[in-house]
Design a protein around this ligand. Structure first.
Ligand code: GRF
Length: 203
């Protein structure tokens, strides 16, 4: 069974969608540990509620970023985590961490990458005036919101959308494609070739 470790800084609705997919038997994987850099993250409560190990790793408790990341790696290793899931994790990971889990870290971003990287992607989409927005699940490389794209979903932008209304419609799609992308990984259907993800047909 695929062992997951989830890193989350906030409310954890994407974490919840993964928990739900596992519970429903749609995703054959197990969330071994949820780690947060924020003691008050709702994600930690969600984990605890579902008897998943919940760990706070506070960056302020370490002298430097490397020690902080090593503490996270130690928790992941202790749990034999194979795939690291970033679900609203607000810290940028260093090349050391990325290399340690090379091609084994996924992230979700609320835009159709490569458009609108970084914070407030939904507001960026509104400001630009795009007619179609969406979300992207991708493998993490050393850039910010870059790396081979696994799945995307499009959402129509409405004339009267606000950041909140657009974000909430995109979020619904996030909750659908994140578990789906992890499922593809769990089934061994993802292959990275020349910086692109190929989804293999059923084995
Ligand atoms: C989501 O919009 C996700 O795309 C972005 O951060 C947000 C996390 O939301 N990376 P949640 O904590 O999963 O509810």
């Amino acid at each position: 069974m695929l062992k997951l470790g989830v890193l989350a800084s906030g409310r954890g609705t994407n974490l919840q969608s993964i928990i739900d997919a596992v519970k429903a038997g749609e995703l054959e994987a197990e969330i071994e540990v949820v780690i947060s850099d924020n003691q008050d993250a709702q994600a930690l409560e969600r984990a605890a509620k579902h008897q998943i190990e919940a760990r706070y790793v506070g960056p302020g408790n370490y002298d430097n970023i490397q020690d902080f990341e090593q503490a996270i790696i130690d928790q992941l290793e202790r749990n034999d985590v194979e795939l690291v899931i970033l679900a609203g994790f607000m810290k940028l990971l260093s090349p050391y961490f990325i290399e340690y889990y090379q091609s084994r870290i996924m992230n979700i971003h609320p835009s159709l990458l490569p458009a609108f990287k970084g914070l407030h992607a939904q507001q960026q989409a509104l400001d630009y005036g795009v007619k179609v927005a969406g979300c992207t699940v991708h493998f993490v490389d050393q850039g910010m919101d870059t790396g081979p794209i696994i799945l995307q979903a499009a959402v129509e932008v409405k004339e009267d959308d606000t950041e909140e209304s657009l974000a909430s419609r995109i979020l619904e799609e996030e909750h659908r494609i994140y578990p789906a992308a992890i499922k593809l990984y769990a089934e061994g259907k993802l292959e990275i070739e020349g910086g692109k993800v190929k989804i293999k047909e059923s084995l």
